[in-house]
Design a protein. Sequence first.
Length: 180
Amino acid sequence: MRHLSTHHRKTLRTTLVASTVAMSALGATVAMTTPASALSWSCKTSSKTIDDAGYNGPWPDNWDVKIKACAARSGGYAYGKATLSWDAPPSYSGNTSTFDAAQLRLFLVRPDSGATVKTATYDIEYKLEHSNSAGNGSWTTPTIKFKTSKRVYADTTLRLDWNNDGKSYRNYQFTGSPSV
């Protein structure tokens, strides 16, 4: 085994110490941040059958819709997200005249007061009108975040403005997540 000179040993020791400090700092940074995917989510799924209010013909027109509302907590923050899935008749796939507009609203709500503390609204018309060939689809919202020490739950409203129904948005309520 080759012996290192005093100069090389000092250089090696300095390099090792610097590497250890850098790795420790990197590890601390990673430990301090909690990506949304690593959160422990509490979820509740609910479903509805929704009639196309703008169509009264002989063909099937009911949409089976499920929403999974989820909430999580970490480091003084509350998080929410939702997954929307739908099963429409195949004739709706690619039909861009089904809706005038469509939105999914995601809320973080305090159960003690009923106060909404965070809201996000997502335009989903394109997603609904461009389902797969069977008329089905699924989409998950981005995660919303709110600083709070109070309990919250995630809730949703599906807002559909059906084409040719003579009305604006119709609101469809789904069950919220458990409180976290």
